[in-house]
Design a protein around this ligand. Structure first.
Ligand code: ADP
Ligand code: MG
Length: 348
């Protein structure tokens, strides 16, 4: 996992900017009806008829948001797309295009960018989106990637952070804390590798956690599920920085409070056993660990029957008046105020 498998190293200076753009982008096909003009002109042209347009952008900086010593470039490309699509999902919209901008230093050969773009292409295919433009430039140090995602939905389907009402149910998709623990596993292996490069890491017991970190998925399946179940959440946010901080964002935007129950928070068995091994509290990790890219949303109690029993969805609590504040009810029935920890405190 930590080896550089590419023996061939073609300096970017051999191609020049335009040949490089051409080389990296020629693999992209147009599949979306809404894409009128794609890569190759001064701007892309899109047409969405009666829909509202959702736009979201993210900036990823080497050494701040990713570490190439354990993040293979193909995974990085995939993940950079996914984190943007997750934001579009969080609006209950369907993504259809992205633009990709990169800045790279001369430390990176062509093969590195090919790997990055292969990950981008895989994500584009998996999520059925067109890559319609971007920008390419040099940086003095390291790699910078910025992706912008464009999606659409009819106005009545768009869900904001601000619509939660007292008595609404709080629901999360999937399970939480896995991506953060996956990062801990990878960082531990990196330290072992520094001491003894011959030591092959055994990641087998942590496959799910490492995959949650290196190859997260955006929950566009849930957006389709909402349509099928005829559910429109009253509010929604994606969980990129950790449940506690996203809960507080949602409560603040909606001007409400909430109670969530410790024993309801969905955890994967591998996450629980690894927390025991690392001697950390699984609830703390699930609440404060980031990068799970699951969705946190609220629904009217009247919609409960529509989501009841779905294995992808877990009711973790409910919305209260703003004056009640935001609390976690522990297994021993203690009320703990929720604080915005976010996952970065763990790296301090
Ligand atoms: P401009 O001079 O107008 O910025 P460029 O020469 O940078 O144009 O880009 C040419 C075309 O290639 C444009 O359609 C642009 O959107 C696209 N493009 C440039 N860089 C990238 C990239 N890294 N990924 C995808 N498309 C790109
Ligand atoms: Mg340009």
């Amino acid at each position: 996992m930590f080896e550089n498998k590419n023996d061939k190293q073609t300096p970017l200076s051999e191609l020049g900017e335009f040949a490089l753009i051409d080389h990296l982008t020629k693999q992209f096909e147009i599949t979306q009806k809404s894409t009128v003009t794609s890569i190759g002109d001064d701007a892309a042209v899109l047409e969405f008829s009666d829909k509202q347009i959702v736009v979201s952008t993210d900036l990823l900086i080497e050494g701040v948001h990713f570490d190439l010593s354990y993040m293979p470039l193909e995974h990085l490309g995939y993940k950079a797309v996914v984190v943007n699509l997750s934001d579009v999902c969080a609006m209950n919209a369907v993504a259809s295009q992205i633009t990709v901008s990169i800045a790279v230093s001369n430390r990176f050969p062509l093969e590195a960018l090919e790997a990055l773009y292969s990950g981008i292409a895989k994500a584009a295919k998996r999520y059925n989106i067109d890559v319609v433009g971007g920008d390419t430039t040099s940086s003095t140090r390291g790699m910078i990637i910025s992706i912008t995602a464009i999606g659409s939905a009819v106005a009545e389907h768009i869900v904001k952070r601000s619509g939660a009402k007292p008595n609404d149910l709080l629901v999360v998709t999937g399970d939480l804390g896995g991506a953060y623990l996956g990062l801990q596993v990878l960082e531990r292996e990196k330290e072992v590798f520094k001491v003894n490069p011959q030591n092959q890491p055994d990641l087998e017991p942590y496959t799910y956690l490492v995959e949650r970190q290196l190859k997260p998925e955006a929950r566009n399946d849930i957006i389709s599920l909402f349509k099928a179940l005829e559910v429109i959440p009253t509010s929604m946010i994606d969980i990129s920085d950790g449940l506690s901080s996203e809960l507080l964002h949602l409560c603040k935007s909606s001007e409400v409070g909430c109670d969530i129950y410790e024993d309801k928070i969905p955890l994967d068995p591998q996450m629980i056993s690894t927390c025991e091994e690392f001697n950390v509290d699984s609830t703390t990790i699930a609440i404060n660990g980031g990068e799970d890219y699951e969705l946190l949303f609220t629904i009217d109690q009247g919609d409960f029957d529509k989501i009841k029993g779905n294995p992808n969805l877990t009711v973790i609590g409910f919305i209260k008046e703003s004056s009640a504040g935001a609390h976690l009810i522990t297994r021993s029935d203690t009320r703990i105020p929720i604080e915005a920890k976010g996952w970065k405190v763990f790296n301090a």
